[in-house]
Design a protein around this ligand. Structure first.
Ligand code: PDD
Length: 285
């Protein structure tokens, strides 16, 4: 099946789909993005993703390329044309095409919009969730506006590559105080020995993950204790469970951190039950 990408108003064959060489996303990483889960052909938490997109754009003084309703049509059409049943839809908005100059281009410059969609192997993800993943820790060397979902992801790219090279699936960033901020493309969580779920507050140092936001509802519904506070790498090593969340991983148990097993070295009951309950609390449209 040939894949299709939406590029600035047109649905194009994916293999040849391209943007201008002076797109500011390409030259300056001057853009933002979202990744939304697709489940049985429907979008998961579209409203929250579009709200976060609008916030990211606002923080960078960029315009929405179209209304949320029109964007919803493009997202669904891209999913449909790619025949994605279970997977992800990716959207990227940049400050548009202009002669290379660091300062903003003329106000009338149109923002660029690219949307792609692809299937994920559900069975493979489930097998991975049943096994759990390994993470490594790396110093957090990102800028201090990681609350904005920008396409400037070089530290995240290097962190993920370091994880791969060490046989792990994710890298957790650690701040100067030794506290875990988040993963290179996920939010980070632990479950303490007394069963309290702990994750860093979203006010500073992390992206406010949509999966994280929805999972807070699941945690409340399950009557679990929650403590939104930073935790250290040492505390994570002593935890009963650890896991990560993102639109593509949902809740993914972590069974090793820097080579050390967490809990009994297998996915924990809390992470597993949160994963199972997640879609019952998400908005699927
Ligand atoms: N990553 N933190 C970072 C740095 C992320 O890049 C992401 C998402 C998350 C989780 O956010 P959400 O639950 O809204 O997916 C946290 C996406 C999936 C990616 O870059 O592919």
């Amino acid at each position: 099946m040939s894949r299709i990408a939406y590029v600035n108003g047109r649905y194009l064959p994916h293999a040849g789909a391209s943007v201008h060489v002076e797109d500011r996303g390409y030259q300056f990483a001057d853009g933002v993005y979202e990744v939304c889960e697709v489940k049985r052909g429907a979008l998961v938490d579209e409203r929250l993703h579009v709200e976060r997109l609008q916030r990211s754009l606002h923080e960078l003084r960029m315009r929405m390329p179209m209304s949320p309703a029109a964007l919803g049509v493009v997202l669904r059409e891209t999913v449909r044309r790619n025949r994605v049943r279970d997977g992800i839809v990716y959207l990227q908005v940049t400050r548009g095409v202009a002669r290379r100059d660091h300062a903003f281009p003329a106000a009338e410059t149109l923002p660029g919009l690219v949307v792609t969609a692809r299937g994920l192997d559900v069975a493979r993800n489930e097998r991975q969730a049943a096994e759990g993943i390994a993470v490594i820790t790396v110093p957090d060397n990102r800028w201090d506006r990681v609350d904005i979902k920008t396409i400037a992801l070089l530290p995240n790219v290097l962190a993920k590559q370091a994880a791969r090279e060490q046989g792990a699936k994710e890298a957790w960033f650690v701040d100067a105080a030794g506290l875990v901020t988040e993963g290179s493309s996920t939010n980070a969580w632990i479950v303490t020995m007394d069963g309290t779920v702990v994750t860093r507050p979203a006010e500073r140092g992390i992206l406010r993950g949509i999966t994280r936001t929805v999972l807070l509802d699941v945690i409340a519904a399950q009557g679990l204790l929650l403590d939104e506070r930073p935790f250290s790498v040492e505390e994570a090593h002593r935890a009963r469970e650890a896991f990560v969340t993102s639109a593509s991983q949902i809740v993914m148990p972590v069974v090793r951190i820097d080579g050390q097993p967490i809990g009994n070295g297998h996915p924990g009951t809390v992470a597993t039950s949160l994963r199972q309950a997640f879609h019952g609390h998400a908005e699927i449209s």
